[in-house]
Design a protein around this ligand. Structure first.
Ligand code: DX5
Ligand code: ZN
Length: 228
């Protein structure tokens, strides 16, 4: 799969969300960060905004739920038409049941790991998921510095995915920019969230293209890519 870019509207102007979606035309996804002031120390937006946004853009919505009790709330985001719904494993009571429910509602099921959460305990769950999100900052805020110490976890996760022959996408979120995306692609990620690097640019759509190009070149040269 060629690398995908998911611009995070956390760094956009919340009073002009439809225009901000339009500003990243050509992006693969639109990343929407839902925060509840409990799972993370920040409060953003919820279901009504996701419902409105979905009607005002053709870009599929990549919903990242940084909330407590996703078992209760996540299915509603799938019902609202999000193309992908990510819940945090640290908050989920029954991640397998939740992933199956999200899939049954027609969305891609995705599970996120905070920086200190290891991937290994979840190896057997991976076939239940369409995407795994490895946080490369502590969740809660945009504009933080990329945590280089996550690179070994990204490499180990890529090895797990390949060992099991899974189609699982590997997404990174936090501090992704033209400075960091190549080492991330090299380590095995294929879906990249970028907030400040896209919305902080003069031309956000051009920033998306540039990031995708840097990732694609790094992927072509990456050790984990099987060439036939
Ligand atoms: C942080 C959010 C991210 C955030 C990333 O908790 O999950 O999606 O928008 O912002 P940048 O790309 O600026 O690090
Ligand atoms: Zn996010």
């Amino acid at each position: 799969m060629s690398p995908q870019i998911s611009p995070s509207i956390l760094s956009a102007d919340f009073a002009r969300l439809a225009e901000e979606a339009e500003a990243v035309r050509g992006a693969d996804w639109l990343h929407v960060d839902v925060m509840d002031n409990h799972f993370v120390p920040n409060l953003t937006l919820g279901l009504p905004v996701v419902e409105s946004l979905r009607k005002s853009t053709d870009i599929p919505i990549d919903c990242h739920l940084m909330i407590e009790d996703p078992d209760r709330w996540a299915p509603q985001y799938a019902e609202a038409g999000a193309g992908s719904v990510t819940f945090h494993v640290e908050a989920a009571a029954a991640p397998v049941r939740l992933a199956r429910e999200i899939r049954s509602l027609g969305a891609r099921a995705s599970m996120a790991l905070k920086p200190a959460t290891p991937v290994e305990p979840y190896e057997d769950l991976l076939p239940e998921l369409d995407m795994l999100l490895i946080m490369t900052v502590e969740p809660g805020f945009g504009g933080q510095s990329f945590l280089d110490i996550m690179l070994p976890k990204i490499r180990r996760t890529r090895q797990l995915i390949d060992r099991h022959g899974l189609q699982l996408w590997l997404q990174l979120d936090g501090g992704i920019s033209a400075e960091t995306i190549e080492r991330c692609a090299d380590a095995g990620a294929d879906v990249f969230v970028a907030g400040s690097a896209v919305y902080g640019a003069d031309d956000p759509a051009e920033a998306v293209r540039r990031l995708r190009e840097l990732a694609a070149t790094a992927t072509d040269n990456a050790p984990w890519v099987h060439r036939h």
